[in-house]
Every structure is written in C-alpha cells, then in structure tokens.
Unconditional design. Structure first.
Length: 868
C-alpha cells in the first residue's frame, strides 16, 4: 500500500502570501506560528492572532454595551478561543502571563453573560420566543413597518453597489432607483418613534439618487442579457474539468470539456427526489431577490419530522423571531461556537458547519459564507427582507442551485425547531441547513443521516477521507501526525464519530451519543498525552471518562493552564465542548473523518461517466476488462515523490437509492495506459463500499509514470452514474481507455450438448468444442478474450484442421489455467503470419451455454470464421 503522506517534500508545498497579513507586524509579535495556514492562504503570525483577538474583544464590548447579549456572549467566546491560540504561540513568559490574566477576565465575563441569558430563557423571555411588539399597540407596529421598509432599501442598495462594481449599469440603475424610492417612503412616513430610521434614510437617499444620475448620464456600456446568456458557465472552481497546468484530456470536447455523454449524465443527475436542481451558473447571480410580498418557495415547505410535528406551532419569518428592536442578519460572526443542533437528526452536517466555520474564522478563507446568496459587493451574504435565498451545494458532480425561503418551524413554546445560531438574529445556520435538507434530505427535516466528509464535500468541495480506528490498517501514530499537520496548516478539517457497537447504557455512562458526529476544534499534546477538543453539535452533553470535567485527579493545575481549561467552571456549565485524550478516543469512537483542502493540489481533473450493468460479466471477481478504465500519465520533475488522489463520487438521485451497490477504484502501475483485465496486480486494491465517495491515494515517483485507474462495482446490479476527480501535485494527463481494441472482432457462440467438449483432460471430446479458423496476414501481437459463465480457456493452435489434441509444439497462444467467467491473454511477442485454429472450451464436458469471444491482432489484419 502506498505511503499515506499527503505530500512527500522535505519542505511544505508552495504557499501564496496572505492578503490579510500586515505589511509591517509589530516587532514583538513577528514569530511565525507552528500552525501555519493552508496552501494559498499565507502564514498566520503571532501578530495576526493578536490582531484577531483584540478585534473580537472590541466587538464584544460594543455588543455588550448596546445590550445585545447573545452577540456579546458569542464574541467573548470567540475572543477566548483566539487568545488561547495566542497563549499557545507566545514564548515571552511575561506577555503570556498578561494574556492568561485577560483570558480569565474574559472567560469570567462570558460566564456571567451565559448565566444572564439562561435566566432570561428560564423566565420565558428567551431569544427563541416569538417576537411581539413590546407595548402591543399600533404605534409599535407602525415603527416595525418603517424599519422593514428601510431594511428593504438597504438590501436594494447593497445589490445596486454589487452590480455597479461589476459594471452592470442597467441592473445597478434599476436597483438604485428601487432603493431611492424605498428610502423616500421612509422619510415621508412621519411615524413617531421611527426618527432613527428616517435619519438614516435621509443621509442615504441623496447619495443614491446622485449615483443613479451619474449612471444615467454616463457612457459606460450597459450589459445586455444576450451577452450574459452567451457567457453562461459553471461558476465555481469545484466544477471545472481542469485546474492547474496539466494538458487537457483528449476525451474532452471543448474548453469546458463536457462530452455529450457527460452532458446527459449531468442532466439525469439534476433530478433528485423528484425535484430539479440545475447546475449553479454565473448567470444565476442575477436572479431577482426583491419582491413586493415575502418570497415563498414554489417547491413547498419542508416536511417535518415526527418530533417536530408533536410540538409544531407554525412557520415564522426571521423578523417574527428577533426581539427587542433588533434586526435579522445573515452572519454577525462566523463561529463554531454559535451553532446549535435541535431535534433534527443531522449531527454530521451540523458538525461539518462547525469545523468549516472554525476554519473560516482561523484562516480567513471563505468556506461557509461563500455558498450563500445574495451577497454584497465584498462577497458577504446579506439578509434579504424578501426572504429568498440561494445556496450553492456540490452534488452529483457539479455545484447545484438550491433556492429556499426563510420560513422556519417554531414550537408551541416559541423555540425554533431547526439548527440555529445562539445569536437569534443570525440566519446562516438555519438557511444553509434548510437548503442542505431540501437537496440531500429529500425536502424533509426528517434526515436519515450522513457523515461529515460527505456533507463537507457538498458544502465546499473538500476531499473526503474516512479512517476506521478499529480497522486492521489503522495506524494511530500516523493518523495523529496527519491530523495534527493537516489541522495546523489548514490542509484539513476534522470530525469524529461514534457507532452503535457499545450498549446504550455504556454511552450514557460515558456522556456520549451513539452513531453521532462531533466536531474537532483543536489538537494539543501536553507531556506526551495527546488531546482533542471536541464539540457536540447539541451544545450540551459532554464526555465523562478520562480527562473529562469530572476527572479532577488528572486535571492538574499545570494541565489546566496548558490547555486553558478550568475544571470547576466546566462543571458548572455543560456546553458540549470538551477535551478527550487520544487513547480514549480510539476506544469509544469508531471513525475519524478528514476533509482535505483541494487547494493543496496544483492540478485537478474532473470527468463524469457511467458504469453499465449490461456489459461484461455480472461480477468483477471474474474480470475488470469491461469496466470503465482511465490511463493516468504523470510527469514528476522533482527528486521526491508526488501525490495523486483519486476520488470516485457516485450520483445519488433518491433517498432510497439502492444500498446494495458497492463501488471502488483500483489502481495499476506501469501499464503504459493499457486496459487491464485481472485485479491481482493492483498497486491499490480498493475496498468495495456503498458510501457516496471512495478515495484512493498513490505516490508517484520522480520522472514519468503510467497508471490505469479502474472503476469497479462488486456486483453489477444497477447502472450507476459517477464523477471521477483526480487531484495531483504533479502535472498529469487523463484519458479514457476504449473498451474495444482497434480492429477487435467480437463473436458470439454457444456450447451445445453436442459441442461442449470440455478441456484437454477429456481427449475423446475436446475436439467437439467450437473452433475458428484464423488467418493472420503478417506478424502481430494477438489478444484473446472469452466471456462465459463457466471456467474457460482459449487456445490458438498452428494449423488448418480441427484440433482434437493440443500439442505444446503447435500451441501459439493460450489463456492458461481455466478461469471462472473470463479468460484473457495478450502475446508478449508478435506471432508469425499464417493459418491457425482457435479453440474455446470449458473445463468440464457437457457444460452448455453462450459465450462471447474477442480477438484482436494489434499489428496486422486478420480474418476469423467458424469452422464446421
């Protein structure tokens, strides 16, 4: 099995300068952290961490002062996390002591806020309660109406600025005029109590009108719809056939590279659970988002789970759920700590959101925020007062357009019954979950379950890998090394999962949930003990074993200081975030799910294909010869090995998709790009699984190398569409290997009661077997193939007469030992021109049935005919 290292170079792969890094960091904070950011993201310095931490504190203090306690709490929690990173990186003891003092202060204040919010919720005044005007009179309702009008104006202005920046003058002008009209309506409202709204509208309306006049009088060209239509293309790098500098595959038909077969496959894969999810196009960014009435999804509401139905009160818009004069916002602060799962059984997806949010916060690279629309000119998702949102999710080979409204299910107690942010004004968690469940969950909140790598692949296109900690090939030390390096360099995000192998009472005793996913927020090693910081997406229920908050003996003062963990305070409040040692993790968890940053690979190639169940034997145990196969040629100019990862992703179009279909990828080396027929010599023999994704990894040596990639189905029960993505650190070329050899002739025949003569071990009947006359016009290498339901052989014998006995001296070529289902041979050297007799036989006499014979001469013409 190839080395599992992601990269093999002595140094790290090339990194691009961080656009967020300061041009001149303070001298005291210039040390580079051991936890470097991802490829393409620059390197995180101590100065960056200080800057981020202090910025969070400033925002927390401001939110606290304004009375926005949910936002303040979240900001303080994120600030504590940021200062913890500073503490781990700071080598100056005096500065570390100051940071530790600040940490204690901020942690204490966060706990006070938490207690205050908990008390409010206990009193029935929680953030999740349905919004009602505080005095209940018409005046408050009128102020709300003015506020809503101004929000609509703000949204129109944001969209106008975005189109203006893009040079789309016609669209920008229309939106500027919409914004101006809305602002003027606010100014003219005359509602008592809405003075702040009116003041803001007055300051903006003049600037909006002025900009609209400039566009009207300007000479800038106005983009025409026809031009936009001509330029329709897939919008995301996740979708492109080729990235990097490798040559384009000869199998492609255009710059985008989609063949007619691929177009048919992607079209068929667009209908999921009876709903159409078209590929996400750049043109879709011009969709209308503003409406006179709140938008309602034409596909209808998501169906509720039984738990939701039991306490369901109705569907509510965000404005009905946010209290105290606050306004809904899409994202106030992207944070793993703000995400809370409720009654929806999508723990893997919520954990995926958490680790993606953590990555985005830490490395300043959009993962979550880039997939939600509409967005402003800076690419940040915006709250839309009209309630229409578009979410881009990678599914069945390409990014898909998923449109949802903002109606959310609410319980009889006024609580939102879907995953949500702890800041009740934030919508991003609920909106992304709704879009994900519409596509992946069959349009229902009753989600059947998934795993985090599959969910993250849909969210951001990161490469899924699952490690079975109880499998025979599990290497604890190597896995820890890969996790630690990947997490610190920003090359991967992690989740871990339990299974149901332990009794339910045991999971309860350990404070764990069976068949549950947990986000991995941090990895640390202290005095030889390896620790993982995990988050339960329920935001409660923590580990109760070794190094848990109940284990006062192991949590020495030194360890608490090293991990910035206060056991006594953790006992007072269970937020579902806890440390667990690596040894315990291996005992009670089943899998580590790693999602890898595709930007690590300089080269990427994507193809879409189909595996038929009507060609070749029904089982790949007999032969791989009729499977889709691809020639991979690599050129590694380095003196060290490179890496190639091959990801097979099946297309799923229904929740009840057949689970008996098991797929994998086999890899063969030194094949010169030729088709392979038997699996014995695979350098990577894939494991057949019924999961959505299968990953194979190979190391490529310096210089040129050739491989054959084989997509394989254990039993060909159903046809399957799939996407194959090749990620590589070295230049490469991928071509599909034709199923039929040039000049190959295929003949069908049968063994009857009269012609089923068996093998040479039955000399009295061997001569009855079907035989063919072959005339070879010149020296040539010969290929023989025979497919049948029995153990079979093909022999090519010199001569012109029917063969009853095969003498070694006359034997030109044979497939050798009788093989079940399929026999194949290619001559190593050219066979002389002349006349030959080809005999097809089963091992046992009397075995009747059909066969398919394939014969090819690679270097000269030939004729073949059935002998009487």
């Amino acid at each position: 099995m190839p080395n599992s290292r992601l990269l093999h170079h002595g140094g790290r792969h090339t990194k691009v300068a961080d656009p967020f890094a300061p041009s001149a960091p303070p001298a005291h904070a210039s040390r580079t952290l051991p936890s470097a950011p991802p490829s393409g993201g620059g390197r995180v310095t101590l100065a960056d961490l200080y800057r981020d931490a202090f910025a969070l504190i400033e925002r927390a203090v401001a939110a606290d002062a304004s009375g926005n306690l949910p936002s303040a709490l979240l900001l303080y929690v994120e600030a504590v996390s940021a200062f913890t990173l500073v503490l781990h990186a700071e080598t100056d003891a005096a500065k570390a002591a100051l940071v530790r003092d600040q940490l204690e202060e901020y942690t204490a204040h966060a706990e006070q806020l938490q207690a205050a919010l908990a008390a409010d919720e206990a009193d029935g005044d929680g953030a999740g309660a349905s919004r009602k005007s505080e005095s209940g009179d018409e005046a408050d309702a009128a102020v709300d109406a003015v506020r809503a009008r101004r929000e609509a104006a703000d949204f129109a202005l944001d969209m106008a600025l975005k189109h203006d920046e893009a040079g789309q003058n016609k669209k920008a002008l229309s939106l500027y005029l919409d914004a101006a009209e809305a602002y003027m309506a606010v100014v003219a409202s005359g509602v008592a109590g809405a003075e702040d709204e009116v003041a803001v509208a007055k300051t903006r309306v003049e600037a909006v009108i002025a900009r609209a006049e400039v566009i009207k009088k300007g000479k800038a060209p106005v983009a025409q719809p026809a031009t936009a239509l001509k330029s329709r293309r897939l919008s995301s790098a996740m979708s492109t056939r080729r990235s990097g500098t490798s040559k384009q595959s000869s199998s492609t038909s255009s710059s985008e590279g989609y063949t007619e077969l691929e177009k048919r496959i992607l079209s068929a894969s667009s209908v999921v659970n009876g709903r159409l999810f078209v590929p996400f196009l750049d043109y879709d960014l011009d969709d209308a988002f503003s409406f006179a009435q709140p938008f309602t999804d034409p596909d209808g509401l998501l169906t509720l789970s039984s738990k939701q139905q039991a306490v369901f009160a109705g569907w509510r818009r965000p404005r009905e759920l946010v209290r105290g004069g606050r306004r809904p916002t899409m994202i106030s602060l992207i944070s793993a700590f703000s995400i809370r799962q409720t009654v929806i059984t999508d723990c893997s997806f919520v954990s995926s959101l958490a680790v993606a949010a953590m990555y985005e916060r830490r490395f300043k690279k959009q993962l979550v925020t880039s997939c939600i629309f509409p967005q402003d000119v800076s690419g940040q998702p915006k709250y839309n007062p009209s309630g229409k949102y578009m979410v881009r999710l990678l599914y069945n080979g390409v990014p898909r357009k998923v449109v949802v409204d903002d109606l959310l299910p609410v319980s009889t107690s006024g609580q939102v019954m879907c995953s949500h942010s702890t800041d009740p004004s934030e919508l991003w968690v609920s909106i992304i979950e709704k879009a994900f469940l519409k596509l992946h969950g069959g349009g229902s909140y009753d989600f059947p379950g998934s795993n985090s790598t599959t969910d993250l692949h849909a969210l951001c296109g990161w490469i899924p890998e699952s490690v079975d900690m109880h499998g025979a090939e599990f290497d604890p030390a190597r896995t820890w090394e890969r996790m630690l390096s990947g997490l610190r360099f920003g090359d991967c995000v992690l989740t871990v999962a339990t299974d149901s192998s332990l009794p339910a009472a045991k999971y309860d005793e350990l404070g764990l949930v069976s068949s549950h996913a947990y986000a991995v927020l941090d990895l640390q090693e202290v005095d030889g003990v390896r620790f993982l910081l995990l988050k339960n997406p329920w935001a409660r229920l923590s580990w109760r074993g070794a190094y848990s908050r109940h284990d006062a003996k192991r949590w020495t003062p030194e360890l608490q200081q090293a991990l910035n963990y206060n056991v006594s305070k953790a006992l007072a409040h269970d937020n579902g975030v806890f440390w667990i040692d690596y040894d315990s993790l291996q005992q009670v968890y089943s899998r580590v799910h790693m999602s890898w940053n595709p930007d690590v690979f300089a080269h990427r190639y994507v193809l879409h294909d189909a595996l038929s169940n009507k060609i070749g034997p029904k089982s790949d145990r007999h032969t791989l010869g009729y499977n889709p196969q691809y020639a991979l040629q690599t050129v590694n100019k380095s003196k060290t090995p490179g890496s190639v990862w091959i990801l097979l992703s099946r297309h799923v179009t229904a929740l009840e998709e057949r689970s008996e279909d098991y797929l994998t990828v086999h890899v063969f080396e030194n094949t010169n790009g030729a088709r392979v027929y038997y699996g014995e010599r695979a350098v990577v023999r894939g494991t057949y699984i019924n999961a959505p994704h299968v990953l194979a990894r190979i190391d490529v040596p310096p210089g040129k190398a050739s491989y054959t990639l084989v997509v394989s189905q254990y039993e060909r029960l159903h046809p399957i569409n799939y996407t194959l993505t090749i990620y590589a650190t070295v230049p490469n070329r991928v071509t599909k290997i034709p199923l039929k050899l040039p000049g190959e002739k295929r003949l069908t025949g049968s063994w009857t009661a009269a012609s089923a003569g068996g093998s040479c071990n039955s000399p009295s009947t061997y001569g009855r077997n079907p035989q063919y006359r072959v005339r070879l016009s010149g020296p040539s290498r010969i290929v023989l193939k025979l497919e049948a339901e029995y153990a079979v052989n093909v022999s090519l014998v010199r001569g012109t007469e029917r063969v009853s006995v095969v003498y070694t001296s006359a034997l030109a070529l044979s497939t050798g030992s009788y093989r079940p289902g399929f026999a194949y041979i290619v001559s190593d050297e050219p066979i002389d021109a002349g006349d030959y007799v080809l005999v097809v036989s089963t091992f046992t006499p009397g075995q009747t049935g059909k066969f398919v014979l394939g014969v090819a001469a690679l270097d000269a013409p030939f004729d073949i005919s059935l002998m009487a």
